[in-house]
Design a protein around this ligand. Sequence first.
Ligand code: UD1
Ligand code: UDP
Length: 373
Amino acid sequence: MKKIKVMSIFGTRPEAIKMAPVVKALEAEEAIESIVCVTAQHREMLDQVLELYKIRPDYDLDIMAHGQTLSDITCKVLKGLEGIIHETKPDMILVHGDTTTTFAASLAAFYSHTKVGHVEAGLRSFDLYSPFPEELNRSLTGRLATLHFSPTESNVQNLINEGVSAESIYQVGNTVIDALIEVIRPDYKFEDEALNQIDYANRRVVLLTAHRRENLGEPMRNIFSAVRKVVEDFPDTELIFPMHKNPKVRELAQEYLGDSNRIHLIEPLEYEPFANLMAKSDLILTDSGGIQEEAPALGKPVLVLRKETERPEAVAAGTVLLAGIEEQTIYDMAAKLLGDSVAYDKMANAVNPYGDGKSAKRIADIIKSYFLK
Ligand code: UD1
Ligand code: UDP
């Protein structure tokens, strides 16, 4: 029997983390031929994940360049995929989430009349400029997709409200939980001795990540000033910031946070140590999307360094708070959690609105039945 050809296309760290379980689930299906194409919109941060999951891409567009603009990424992905899609003729192209790789790959699929499956479909902030350009990327990808794999009920509802046919939407949970469950271990030891040296029992670890385009500049200065003050005012805290590879983030981080002995500016961690560091942290400050999904599952309070979120479920469940991008508000909210154990305990509940760790298998099953029906 002819196998169903599914080509997964991704390019950045979070897409790779969340697509790795899907690639594994597709590979496990007899009826499916799984092909992986990476755009390498990210390079080192993508390769860390490929290495962890032992994924050897069949195609690698290797497009990353320092100072790359959104147009650069879009054009290179679109042009780079043209020949590959023509050569492989997949039955379906699977994309993930909201990056420019996601949108450009969906458009390339559309131009070649190839069906698109969209993993992590239907999240909406309802503000086209925040997250920028991700809100538009995700919406346009939804417009181009044949199958929509949505994490939560409200994501499904968003698509229905936009007129997407209910039969094409599947609520499957978020594959990030599949990935997370696999790497968390209570007795985890870091390879980096500096992370083992931290006295997790007696110090409070504040974990920071920041990278969003709309936060570059003034908002990021506000964020860094606020966390610096938090660390100064709470002498039992250690701040760990695995810095995104974006030079614009790193320059600001060095300027604002570079000279304090309780602030650790480190390289991006591989997924396994990062997830286990989240599990050992006391408070997480982030503008990341994925971390808003992972941290609640670990029972870690999260302050989201953004004005909005397309992930309202964890806010509703109480482990995530929107802290915005103003220095004083971020400081006040972090100080409250570090200074008031009742407020802290109220937030530190393990809740998981995002799935049961079986999302990837569901996606593979749905694709199979779609083509075999
Ligand atoms: C991209 C995605 C964003 C996602 C984020 C995850 C878009 C528009 N943005 O943003 O949705 O949340 O990835 O991290 O798709 N760099 C390296 N090495 C790497 C990765 C990045 O040096 O491994 C540097 C490069 O100088 C690159 C810059 O970071 O030009 C920015 O990368 P880019 O993919 O354009 O944007 P991100 O901010 O990473
Ligand atoms: N992450 C990682 N190493 C790090 C920081 C983050 O592996 O040093 C993981 C994190 O657990 C999450 C994903 O990367 O799964 C989030 O990526 P990012 O914040 O870059 O993108 P976003 O989720 O905002 O699109």
